[in-house]
Design a binder for this molecule. Structure first.
Ligand SMILES: C[S@@+](CC[C@H](N)C(=O)[O-])C[C@H]1O[C@@H](n2cnc3c(N)ncnc32)[C@H](O)[C@@H]1O
Length: 298
C-alpha cells in the first residue's frame, strides 16, 4: 500500500495514536527499559511496522494507527515482556555501521566485537601487509559480522570462516548475499578440524564461558541465544584458545597476526597460551576497562 493511502487510512481509524502507543510502550515495559531506551525502541518498531521514519512519526503522532499495525505493535510489547532481545523481534541489528540479519541461531553481535574489529582494521592498515590476497581465518563466525566487516574494509583479502552450526552459517550466508561480499564459509567442528592451510591473520570470538559459570549468565541471554555460541563444550573455558594456540604454531604465517576476544576473567591465563610462540602478545582492555582482547604477532 502506498504511504499516501496509508495516511488516509490512519485518519479514518479509531485506534491508538502513535503518541498514545509510545506512552503505552513506555509504561508497559518500565521494569525492563528506561524511558530513553523505551523511546528509542518504540520508534524503531513503529518505523518497522508502519514504514514511518522518525520525522513522519512526529508529523503524524496524533493520527490513529491502522488496526493491523496496532495489533502487531501490541504483540511486540508482549514479546519484549518475555525478555526476548529486541534484535530477534526485528530480525536484524546494526553492527559497525552495517545492517545484519539475526535470529535465534546466532549470537547477537556485541559492542566489544566492534572494538575488536576496530583494532584489527587499525593494525592491518598500519602493518606492512600487502592486503592483496591476504588470507584471513575467522573461527566461530555466527552471523558473519567479523568476516563481512573485514571484507568490506579490505575487499582484496580472502576470508575463510568456520562454524559448527549449520543454521548460523545460513544466516551468515544470507548476510554475505545481502552485502554482496564473498566469504568462504566452512561447516565443521573447529575443535576437531585440521586446517591444513596457512593464514596471515587468525581472528576469533569463540564461545568462552565455562559450563561452571552458567549460573551467572542472565536469563535473557541464556533463554534466547544459542548455547553453542556462549558456552565452551566443557568446564575448560579456554578449550578454543588452546586449539588456536596449537594451530597458530603450524598454520599462522611468520609475522602473521592473531586477534582474539576473550573472557574478561581469564586475561592472564589466556595470554599465557601465546607467550612462547609469538614474538609479541599483549592483553588489551575494552572501553569498560576489562581485559577483553589478545593481539599477537608471530
Ligand atoms: C561467541 S559466538 C561469536 C559469533 C560471531 N563471531 C560474533 O562475534 O558475533 C561463537 C560462535 O562459535 C560457534 N561455535 C561453537 N562451537 C564451535 C565449534 N566446535 N566449531 C566451530 N564453531 C563453533 C558458534 O556456533 C558461534 O557462532
Amino acid at each position: 500500500m502506498k504511504k499516501s493511502q496509508q495516511i488516509q487510512n490512519w485518519y479514518s481509524q479509531d485506534n491508538m495514536t502513535i503518541s498514545e502507543f509510545k506512552n503505552h510502550f513506555k509504561k508497559a515495559l518500565s521494569e525492563l527499559y528506561t524511558d530513553s531506551e523505551a523511546a528509542f525502541l518504540s520508534s524503531i518498531f513503529v518505523e518497522k511496522i508502519t514504514g514511518f521514519d522518525s520525522f513522519h512519526q512526529r508529523r503524524f503522532s496524533e493520527q490513529p494507527l491502522l488496526t493491523d499495525d496496532e495489533k502487531k505493535l501490541l504483540n511486540v510489547i508482549s514479546e519484549l515482556k518475555t525478555n526476548k532481545p529486541y534484535q530477534h523481534i526485528l530480525g536484524e541489528t546494526e553492527f559497525y555501521g552495517m545492517s545484519f540479519f539475526v535470529n535465534e541461531n546466532v549470537l547477537i553481535p556485541r559492542p566489544e566485537t566492534e572494538e575488536l574489529l576496530e583494532l584489527v582494521i587499525r593494525k592491518v592498515q598500519n602493518s606492512l601487509f600487502n592486503v592483496q590476497n591476504l588470507k584471513i581465518l575467522d573461527i566461530g563466525t555466527g552471523s558473519g559480522v567479523i568476516p563481512l566487516v573485514l571484507k568490506k574494509h579490505f575487499p582484496e583479502t580472502q576470508i575463510t570462516s568456520i562454524d559448527f552450526s549449520e543454521k548460523a552459517l545460513e544466516v551468515a550466508q544470507k548476510n554475505a548475499d545481502f552485502h554482496q561480499l564473498d566469504i568462504k564459509f566452512v561447516h565443521g567442528d573447529y575443535l576437531n578440524f585440521d586446517l591444513n592451510e596457512n593464514f596471515d591473520i587468525i581472528i576469533s570470538n569463540p564461545p568462552y564461558i565455562g559450563t561452571d559459570e552458567e549460573k551467572e549468565i542472565e536469563h535473557s541471554v541464556k533463554g534466547f541465544e544459542p548455547m553453542m555460541a556462549l558456552f565452551s563444550p566443557t568446564s575448560d573455558a579456554l578449550i578454543f584458545y588452546r586449539k588456536i594456540a596449537e594451530d597458530s604454531k603450524k598454520y599462522l604465517n611468520e609475522n602473521g597476526f592473531l586477534f582474539l576476544e576473550i573472557n574478561q576473567k581469564l586475561g592472564p591465563e589466556t595470554l599465557e597460551l601465546y607467550r612462547h610462540d609469538f614474538t609479541e602478545a599483549q592483553l588489551i582492555k575494552d572501553l569498560s576497562e576489562n581485559d577483553r582482547f589478545i593481539f599477537g604477532i608471530k
